[in-house]
Design a protein around this ligand. Sequence first.
Ligand code: F6P
Length: 360
Amino acid sequence: MGEHKRIGILTSGGDCAGLNAAIRAVVHRAVGTYNWEVMGIFRSTQGLMSRPPHAMLLDRNQVDTTLTLAGTMLGTTNRGNPFAFPLPDGTFSDRSSEIIEGYHQLGLDALIGIGGDGSLAILRKLAAQGGINLVGIPKTIDNDVGITERSIGFDTAVNIATEALDRLQFTAASHDRVMILEVMGRDAGHIAISAGIAGGAEIILIPEIPYTIENICRKIKERQDQGKNYSVVIVSEAVRTETGEVVESSVSFGERRYGGIGHYLAERICACSGAETRVTVLGHTQRGGTPSPLDRLTASAFGVAAVDLIAEGHYDQMVTWQNRQIVTVPITEAIGKYQAVDLNGTLVKTARGLGICLGD
Ligand code: F6P
């Protein structure tokens, strides 16, 4: 059975569907198989900064009904890098030593961090500085973490975007309109290209492929000439204007977010094709909802494998999904390889093969 351990688990960065399934799997494996203790740490590293550290023991009863719940029962944050933590007076302070001390105060033998590339990079830096035995689990709706074919949350986000396209097709056809769906994904177009193909979009715009309004309108006109007076466009939030400007929307706590490219396109498409246009911005709905079976399954497999890594004493590693199975890689390797949409990959080829306009 091995020695008794007390491990911590936290979720970091933007939430997504499937995080609770991963927490559940970690608790079942650690408590059920190894008879260890699991401390759930609240609000990511902020829980370790609190005094006393903000955490609680998790038992199997607490996670029994969480498999199908979106969000994260531990809370999370995607603000406040602890190495340059924003203070109310506008200055920044390095709070890394408080986090490390929090980990040791809890008497933890290891920490499982569930995060995207940004969060995992921060956790890794903390681990190296403070002797934290870290194991990473990848999650992000953006699907941009390198090496792994799957990250928790992506599949659910694609399902939600696909369902939105399914709905837009009918209203587009009924009103002879061009409907534009703006989806998340930060700097990568994975959600847009996957949902765009699955949801039958006529035009898919992703940040990896430059476009012109002329090309988009040519496609719309081509369809009009065939008697199809409607079209559905899906666009990633990070797609820039035709002249290369970033389109940003909200500013909160000094941080900017992508948003608005759908409305930019709507005006120009209307002007050049004469089509009536409408815009739907899917926003944070892509992070909620019931986790898809695939996300639950991925999260469960990742959770079990992460605990097994700790049992084997393998740290600074991340679990990934490759060729139908879990493969363990050093965290640096995964976060060092940003995963954009592959321009020569199957999805781009499939879209082109279907006659979908990619704007180029
Ligand atoms: O990284 C996940 C993500 O949902 C991105 O797709 C999006 O750009 C961003 O987070 C939104 O962040 P926030 O929740 O801070 O608005």
